[in-house]
Write a protein that binds this ligand. Structure first.
Ligand code: SAH
Length: 227
């Protein structure tokens, strides 16, 4: 059971994401709890402002320390968090190994930034891990938080229907996945490889491994090297 608290100024972005598919099943089956918090509710400003101009000038606004401190301190007073994550392009880039590690935690918090980012003092004091979802810049951390949440939840035993399915995905064993086929055995003249119809488990496993290695060498030799 993982509890993920998501801190955002746009909780409505997550509607739909967590009410469908795997994410919904994870919550429904009691494997996960996702709690959304609106940072704006913690602003002491009468207009519920959460951002202000950057010291030193320049373009863009900065998310203020106070509302985020108040929200995180309130959450921390209720339970212990294994990680307080800030989504940020300069964080460690999310990969399967990090998703595996996070899926074994009990309580996670994910803070979504906006504008030019958040006041550095939040990062220095409260954040325990900074995660990027890739070398590009998004306008807000919500999509990154959703990506992290999806990657983590599907790894929790019992969330996927076929318990072993997540174990044979790309990256899980330092290899990309082999090709997959389903019925019919012949579609518009294209046949499924004979070995997959042979019923010989050993040959099938060998074929899948060979194809996985071939595909990894062709597309992502960098992950093969790490094995
Ligand atoms: N000025 C910042 C970018 C701010 S983008 C910089 O150059 O590093 C606004 C917010 O979107 C960030 O605070 C962060 O929470 C989120 N974000 C943008 N790109 C992201 C990425 N690649 N991974 C994770 N979060 C990202």
């Amino acid at each position: 059971m993982v509890r993920i608290d998501i801190l955002t100024i746009f909780p409505e972005i997550f509607e739909g994401m967590f009410t469908h598919s795997i994410m919904k099943r994870a919550v429904h089956k009691g494997h996960a709890e996702i709690v959304l918090h609106n940072i704006r509710d913690y602003s002491s400003d009468k207009h519920k402002r959460v951002d202000d101009y950057p010291f030193g000038g320049g373009a863009g606004m900065v998310m203020m320390a106070e509302p985020i401190f108040r929200l995180i301190e309130e959450l921390k007073s209720k339970r212990e968090y294994d990680e307080i994550i800030y989504t940020s392009p300069d964080g460690v880039v999310l990969n399967q190994s990090l998703a595996n590690q996070l899926s074994m935690k009990g309580n996670l918090m994910i803070l979504c930034g906006h504008y030019k980012g958040i006041d550095e003092r939040i990062r220095e004091t409260l954040i325990t891990k900074e995660i990027s979802i890739g070398d590009y810049v998004l306008s807000g951390g919500e999509l990154a938080a959703a990506v992290i949440t999806d990657a983590v939840l599907r790894l929790i035993p019992g969330v996927l229907n076929d318990e072993t399915s997540a174990l044979t995905d790309s990256f899980q064993n330092g290899l990309l996945s082999p090709p997959v086929y389903t019925r019919p055995a012949e579609f518009r003249g294209q046949k499924v490889p004979d070995v997959l119809l042979s019923g010989n488990d050993r040959l099938i496993a060998q074929w899948r491994h060979d194809k996985a290695v071939e595909r990894t060498l062709a597309r992502r030799p960098d992950i093969l090297d790490k094995e």
